[in-house]
Structures are given as structure tokens and as C-alpha cells.
Design a protein. Structure first.
Lengths: 82, 329
């Protein structure tokens, strides 16, 4: 799941210089970590829905989910099961 | 004023471009005096004082410089010193009247203004698509007065508004202490500049209003397209949000038609295809459509363009993306 998520992020957000191995599970997605910005977040919402079938509708939950690959993968897993 | 979101990961949108800020002209006391005049003598009394105060402010070179960005593009042949002074006076006087009208709306009440919206049925048609609606405006006319024409719109209205610390102009609803008739999304106070909240309201089928003619310092999502004969900087965020949510964009402008009347016009409906992402070149035609609509507006209402920001300063356009820069926007 995490590797697939990393690949989706790389492909979907055109992070061409990165491989999944370059992205730590707990690296911050935004700001200092991976360096994504807010419009990447908009695209990420769409990518998660497209590839994992999970709609992030509650943006307060989304804020918690968008901290790292780990938190996002957990959010996807929980909402897929729901 | 509503603003385009600051897409910086955690940056507040309060760092405008060089030599410009969105703070108010005049002190809190001076503003309060105008509010008092409106209470005592209505708008006519405030207009009289305004004419004198504007003359004082236009004597400052800094005021005329702020006016010149627009005036020399809109009126390229009116470049004599006296003519430019008079044009600056007229432009700032027009701004002052709009601000007095806005204050009067809150102090005296909506009955003081007649707002017409002949394109209202077209807006309802677009809303009926139930895909949400990105309402892109501009610093023209007075959007706050125009919003009173939204009473009959069957959808929640959410405006992206950030108030600079030195912006002391009161929104019209603040004069009466009432809650705003719309939800405010402040990009400086929300995670990721509020874009997730913006996307959320669009997915709920609501209206998201933001400005299409100003980019703030922290926002690197910008594009240069021609406006009044020269490349000017426009924000990309409204178009990216519309593409992501599959929402249509309506371009809405208001203009003052008389001392007590305004008209709201739906200048353009823009359909940005879904899935463009943030491809700047793919977005360019849609940003240009907005710029064309704005050109049409300033052709018809040249003295109601209130963006004193130098949007033609394209030095801020970076050929590299934020990611290539190695960090957040």
C-alpha cells in the first residue's frame, strides 16, 4: 500500500527525480519534507480518490491524513474498510 | 476583498509584492470620521469631504505611482503630468465613493442601494449543473454591494478573504455587528492555505468566490498572460481548483451605475476541462479568457478598476516550478 501510494504521488505529481525509496514513510509531505505545496494537495485528493477509491470529504480529517505517507496510508486503509 | 488562495504549504499570504501592500489608506480615526459623517448626513456629506481628502492623497507621488500601473496601460496616450494627475484623482475618487457606498450599506442598511443582476438566471443555470461553482471576481466595482443580489441564490457562498493586519476598512456587515452572509475562508488561518476547504465546498455543490486579478507574494502559482497589451500576472489557483473539482467558473463583475445603484454582470462562463492538473500551458487559454473579460470591463468602465497592485510586474514569474526550487511554494 505505502509503495503504491508513493508511486502514485510520484507519477501523479510529476516528481520525476524521485523513486519510492527516496520518500520516507514519516517524511512530511508538505513544507520541509517532500516539498509539496497546496495545489499538490488538491491533486492528491483527486489521486487518492482515483487510485484508492477513497474520497477525502472532511478536510479536517484530510489535514491529519496529509501529514506523511504513513498517515495517508492509514487514512486510506481505514476508509476503504468502512 | 476576496483573494486567490496562498498555495504555500504553510506560508501566510500576507507578503505582497515589492513596494505594495493591501493595507488601508488613512488611519482608523479618519475612517471613523467618515463613518460618522455617513451616520449624520448620509453619503452626500461624506462625498463632499471625500473630494478634498482624495485631492490631498493624490498629491503624494506614492499614490499617483500606484495609479500609474493601470492608467498608463489603459490610457497610453494620456501621459502628460497634469492629465495623469487628474486621471489619478478621478480613479482614487472613484475608489473612495465605492468605499463610502460599502460603508453606507452596513451603516444605513441595504435599502440605500439598488443592485440589479440581469444575468441572474444564467448563474442559476450554471449552478443547476450541481458541480459547484468557482466565482472569480476582480478588484472592480464593489463586490460587497453586489453580493446583496445573491439573496435568491440557492447555494452556500464561501469567499476567500484575507485581511492584512493594516487593513482597517470594515466589511459592510461589520458595521452592524451581524454575521457575514457568506462563509469566509481565510488562507492565512487554514491548513495549506485553505485549498482543501475550498475543494470541499465545491464538492458540496456550493459557490467558492475568489479574486482572479491579484497574486500575493507567497503564491508561486501564477501565470503571465496578456492584459491591456502587456503580460500581466494572474493567479492559477482558481483554474486548478475548478479543474480538480470539475466545477465551472463564472466571472462576475460589479459596477456602480449611480449614487445609489450597482449592477452585477456575469461576464463569462469558463469551463476548464477536468484533469489538467497544474499544467500551466494547458491552463493558459482559460486564464486568458478571464483577462479578456476584464479587458472588456475596463473598456466599458475605465474608472472602476481598483487594483492598484502592479500586476504587470512579471519579474516574479519564475521559470522553475516550486518543486524544482526544492521546497514548498
Amino acid at each position: 500500500m505505502k509503495d503504491k501510494l508513493k508511486q502514485v504521488i510520484i507519477d501523479g505529481l510529476n516528481l520525476e527525480d524521485l523513486t519510492p525509496a527516496d520518500i520516507g514513510d514519516d517524511d512530511a509531505l508538505f513544507g520541509e519534507g517532500l516539498g509539496l505545496d497546496s495545489l499538490d494537495a488538491v491533486e492528491l485528493v483527486i489521486l487518492v480518490q482515483k487510485h484508492f477509491g477513497v474520497a477525502i470529504k472532511d478536510m479536517k480529517e484530510g489535514q491529519a491524513a496529509f501529514q506523511s505517507v504513513n498517515t495517508l496510508a492509514t487514512y486510506i486503509a481505514e476508509h476503504r474498510q468502512a | 476583498m476576496p483573494q486567490s488562495p496562498d498555495p504555500g504549504a504553510s506560508l501566510p499570504p500576507s507578503q505582497p509584492s515589492r513596494g505594495w501592500d493591501s493595507g488601508s489608506v488613512g488611519s482608523r480615526l479618519q475612517h471613523g470620521f467618515f463613518y460618522l459623517l455617513i451616520r449624520i448626513g448620509g453619503k452626500p456629506l461624506a462625498y463632499v469631504l471625500l473630494a478634498v481628502v482624495v485631492l490631498w492623497y493624490v498629491c503624494y507621488p506614492s499614490t499617483r505611482r500606484k495609479c500609474s500601473h493601470y492608467l498608463r496601460r489603459r490610457f497610453p496616450h494620456r501621459n502628460g503630468r497634469l492629465q495623469r494627475f487628474l486621471d489619478s484623482y478621478r480613479l482614487v475618487l472613484s475608489l473612495g465613493k465605492l468605499l463610502i457606498d460599502r460603508a453606507a450599506l452596513g451603516i444605513v442598511g441595504p435599502a440605500t442601494l439598488q443592485v440589479t443582476f440581469p444575468d441572474g438566471p444564467q448563474l442559476l443555470e450554471v449552478l443547476a449543473e450541481e458541480k459547484g461553482l468557482v466565482m472569480v471576481g476582480s478588484h472592480v466595482g464593489c463586490w460587497q454591494t453586489a453580493l446583496s443580489a445573491f439573496d435568491h441564490v440557492p447555494a452556500g457562498v464561501n469567499l476567500v478573504i484575507h485581511r492584512a493586519e493594516n487593513d482597517i476598512d470594515l466589511h459592510y456587515f461589520e458595521h452592524s455587528g451581524e454575521a457575514p452572509p457568506f462563509r469566509i475562508i481565510d488562507p492565512a488561518k487554514e491548513f495549506l492555505g485553505g485549498v482543501l476547504s475550498m475543494l470541499e465546498v465545491l464538492r458540496r455543490g456550493e459557490i467558492l468566490g475568489l479574486m482572479g486579478d491579484r497574486v500575493f507574494g507567497g503564491d508561486q502559482h501564477r501565470l503571465g498572460v496578456e492584459f491591456l497589451g502587456e503580460p500581466a500576472v494572474f493567479p492559477l489557483s482558481p483554474y486548478v481548483l475548478a479543474s480538480s473539482a470539475g466545477s465551472p467558473i463564472v466571472v462576475l463583475f460589479s459596477h456602480r451605475t449611480g449614487r445609489n445603484s450597482y449592477t452585477l454582470e456575469l461576464a463569462k462562463v469558463i469551463h476548464v476541462p477536468e484533469g489538467i492538473g497544474r499544467d500551466e500551458e494547458a491552463m493558459r487559454p482559460y486564464v486568458r479568457q478571464f483577462a479578456e473579460a476584464l479587458e472588456g470591463y475596463v473598456e466599458r468602465h475605465p474608472w472602476q478598476f481598483m487594483n492598484f497592485f502592479d500586476m504587470w510586474d512579471i519579474s516574479s514569474l519564475d521559470t522553475t516550478t516550486p518543486k524544482e526550487n526544492g521546497g514548498a511554494a
